[in-house]
Ligand binder design. Structure first.
Ligand code: AHM
Ligand code: MG
Length: 339
């Protein structure tokens, strides 16, 4: 029998998320306390727990409304509430957090002294509400700050996104993917459900410099400002010899951004004449995704400035978002400059 080829030999050296973040910590040597590693570990556990519930939702009566409304006046789904509880419980029990901000909670959670740690986590426990009951891709988005104040209060999260020390998301789709940056590039992991581990499958994600896809809710285009309409027209009706862009819009930011990071192109949810401040939330949607985009070599802007430079004034504020391939976003910015 001929010896097995390289492709036939099973890979026995898989890199798990735990191993990867641990090796990052070891690289920092004595400077690292291990607190961020433990916090990221708690977050990956919540992702597995939420993923399990998302997969079973239809079977265990987790579909539909919870009968409550969140601070934004939106009706909460049962899975929204459950995912929020999973995250708050796990993050508090990790003993590594001081302040938590969730899309589903009106106020920031200030962790009691005996459990308090040195990090603040802002998160959308289950993003893409309109897709939950259809079983379409949804996700969890998170950003992490290190406490700046002695006490650990809301001022610790009213800071620009560029001060985050880590950000990421987990996408619950045809596969469960966790994408993470600790400020040193972006890595993607895929959950091996048999092993129960996230495995490094997308090392050092680099967003292509230019893409061929635009991802906007064009149903809102009658409200869009002229610079956005003109930009979209420029990619839909290009000069002779150039191909128009393709449209892809899932309506779950995690899924639309995930595709944008991998394939390139531009994702946009602009402010417009109806939604004066846009729809997406600055702290736990725009900041983490802008952080990942920049770390992957892309650009994230409101159209008028860098998203990560914004200083938030309240925890649930919204902002205009465009992010993606450098060349595509810069093309859009030219329309803003002209306006
Ligand atoms: P949610 O936090 O209530 O789920 O809303 C956020 C979602 C994003 O995932 C997505 O990009 C956007 O809202 C879609 O909005 P629309 O349905 O208006 O296109
Ligand atoms: Mg959301």
């Amino acid at each position: 029998m001929p010896p097995p080829t390289a492709e036939e030999i099973p890979n026995t050296d898989i890199i798990t998320l735990t191993r990867h973040i641990l090796s990052d910590q070891l690289r920092l040597g004595a400077a690292a306390t291990g607190d961020l590693t433990l916090l990221l570990n708690a977050i990956q556990t919540t992702s597995k727990f939420i993923a399990t519930n998302v997969r079973k939702a239809r079977l265990i009566n987790l579909i539909g409304l919870a009968g409550e409304t969140n601070v934004q006046g939106e009706e909460q789904k049962k899975l929204d509430v459950l995912s929020n509880d999973i995250m708050v419980n796990a993050l508090r029990a990790s003993r590594k957090t001081a302040v938590l901000v969730s899309e589903e909670l009106d106020e920031a959670v200030l962790i009691e002294e005996r459990l308090r740690g040195r990090y603040c986590v802002v998160f959308d426990p289950l993003d893409g509400s309109s897709n939950i009951d259809a079983g379409v891709n949804i996700g969890t988005i998170f950003g992490i700050y290190k406490v700046a104040s002695e006490k650990g209060d809301v001022s610790d999260v009213l800071r620009p996104g560029k001060e985050m020390v880590a950000a990421g998301y987990t996408m619950y789709g045809s596969s469960c993917n966790l994408v993470l940056s600790t400020g040193n590039g972006v890595n993607g992991y895929t959950l091996d459900t048999a092993l129960g581990e996230f495995i490094l499958t997308h090392p050092d994600i680099q967003i292509p410099t230019r893409g061929k896809i635009y991802s906007f809710n064009e149903g809102n285009s009658s409200y869009f400002h002229p610079e956005v309409v003109n930009y979209l027209n420029s990619i839909k009706y290009p000069p002779a010899g150039k191909s128009p862009y393709s449209a892809r819009y899932i309506g779950s930011m995690v899924a639309d951004v995930h595709r944008t990071l991998l394939y390139g192109g531009i994702f946009g949810y602009p402010d417009d004449r109806k939604s004066k401040n846009g729809k997406l939330r600055l702290l736990y949607e725009a900041f983490p995704m802008a952080f990942l985009t920049e770390q992957a070599g892309g650009v994230a802007t409101t159209g008028r400035g860098r998203i990560l430079d914004i200083v938030p004034t309240s925890i649930h504020e919204r902002c205009s978002v465009f992010l993606g391939s450098k060349d595509d976003v810069n093309d859009l910015l030219k329309f803003y400059e002209k306006a």
